[in-house]
Structure formats: structure tokens, C-alpha cells
Design a protein around this ligand. Structure first.
Ligand SMILES: [Fe+2]
Ligand SMILES: [Fe+2]
Length: 231
């Protein structure tokens, strides 16, 4: 009897990361547009959070550039126009990303005001949002066509997980779970065991409202949720 066909790559982790990134950029813009929400302590914290976010975005892009696009190109040479565009879009994002990092350092140090950070954030958001949508559409269509799920998980491990400490991984996963509305199909897709879902993942989806761990607590930014784009 022939082997059952392998399950195609499910790129849910990509969608979760992109959704969390969009969510926090929207939340940050909301606070920066309303400087009354920003005490000195919160604005310094926001600057640190943006730096952490940009560090994760660099990690994410470099993982894709080093491991994913070359692998997909090897499997589907006809996809070169899309895959070259993915890398080119990352390169174009690098400059506004560096500018936002610089302004965020200024916010932490107290030498940059919310308006300057907002300008840098908006300059990054426009090309970044276009790239995320392009990648979720055309890039992930190639991935799910040419990779099986085991190969996708190996890519995730090598590109995004290897080398992180347990503390870094927990912080990252808690950040990604924040604001996710776990409808049944999504829960099934994530294959979350019920005890883990009820005791950890679901409570984390409300973490934005908790003063202390959350920089958004007590502000309208808590209303902004993660919207998962199906891929
Ligand atoms: Fe991505
Ligand atoms: Fe990307």
C-alpha cells in the first residue's frame, strides 16, 4: 500500500507572528498619537518595547532570507520572481526599520518626542504592511505547495527558535498569544492540548490588560487585538 501523502506545510506560525507585529505597531501608533497616555515611565518602556519588536523583526526576516527563500527556490525555480521580491522587500524595509530603532532609543533616553517616533513608525508601517500581505499571499502559497509540515517545522526551528534561551522563548510566545481570539478552527489548527489552552494560552490572550507585565494596560491600546490572516 503506498504511503499516505505528507501533510502540506501549515504556516500558522508565520500568521501568528505577523498578526502580533501588526497589533503592536497599531497599539504603539495609538499611544504616540495620544501623548496624554504616555507618562515618562510608559514612554521609556514603549521605546524599549519597540526596540525588542524591531530586534524580533530582524530575526524573522533574516531567518526567511537565509533558510526559507533559498529552499523554496530550489523546490520551485519558477517562483523566482516572487521569492526575489520577498528578499528585495526585506532590504527596502531595512532603512525605515533602522530609523525607528534610532528614534526608539531616543524615546528611552528622553531625547526624542512621541511625534518623531510616530513619523518613523508610519514610514516603516507602509512598506512593512505591504510586504506582510504579499508574503502571506504569494510567498506562503509556494511554501505550502512545495514543503510538507515536517519540513516547515524544521525551518521554523532552525530559523527562529535555535539559540534562544527558555526565558526569551517564553516571553516571545506570551507576546504572540496576546490578543488572539481563539476560535475553534484556529485552536484545532494550532493543535493545542486542552489543559495547556485553558490554563496558559487563553489567559495570555488577555495579558494586555494586566498592569505590570503589560505596557498597554489602562490605555485604549488594549482594544486592539491580533487578527490572524488565514494562509
Ligand atoms: Fe514573515
Ligand atoms: Fe518577510
Amino acid at each position: 500500500m503506498p504511503d499516505a501523502p505528507a501533510r502540506p506545510a501549515d504556516t500558522l506560525m508565520m500568521s501568528l507572528f505577523h498578526a502580533a507585529l501588526r497589533r503592536d505597531l497599531e497599539r504603539a501608533a495609538l499611544l504616540l498619537e495620544n501623548p496624554g497616555t504616555l507618562s515618562l515611565r510608559r514612554s521609556r518602556r514603549l521605546g524599549r518595547h519597540l526596540l525588542w519588536l524591531m530586534g524580533n523583526l530582524r530575526w524573522h526576516h533574516e531567518g526567511e532570507d537565509h533558510y526559507l527563500w533559498p529552499l523554496l527556490l530550489e523546490r520551485e525555480p519558477g517562483g523566482s520572481a516572487v521569492l526575489d521580491a520577498m528578499k528585495a522587500e526585506h532590504d527596502a524595509i531595512d532603512e525605515p526599520l533602522s530609523r525607528l530603532e534610532s528614534q526608539s532609543r531616543g524615546l528611552v533616553a528622553g531625547r526624542t518626542g512621541p511625534g518623531e517616533v510616530l513619523t518613523a513608525l508610519n514610514a516603516l508601517t507602509e512598506p512593512l504592511m505591504k510586504h506582510l500581505a504579499h508574503e502571506e499571499g504569494e510567498g506562503m502559497a509556494i511554501a505550502s505547495r512545495v514543503l510538507d509540515h515536517r519540513e516547515w517545522k524544521e525551518f521554523e526551528q532552525r530559523a527562529w527558535i535555535d539559540g534562544s534561551t527558555a526565558t526569551q522563548s517564553i516571553r516571545f510566545l506570551a507576546w504572540m498569544a496576546d490578543g488572539v481570539e481563539w476560535q475553534k478552527p484556529l485552536r484545532r489548527r494550532a493543535a493545542l492540548p486542552a489543559p495547556l489552552y485553558w490554563s496558559v494560552v487563553k489567559p495570555l490572550s488577555f495579558i494586555a490588560r494586566v498592569p505590570g507585565p503589560s505596557i498597554w494596560a489602562g490605555t485604549p491600546a488594549t482594544q486592539i487585538k491580533s487578527r490572524i490572516t488565514p494562509t
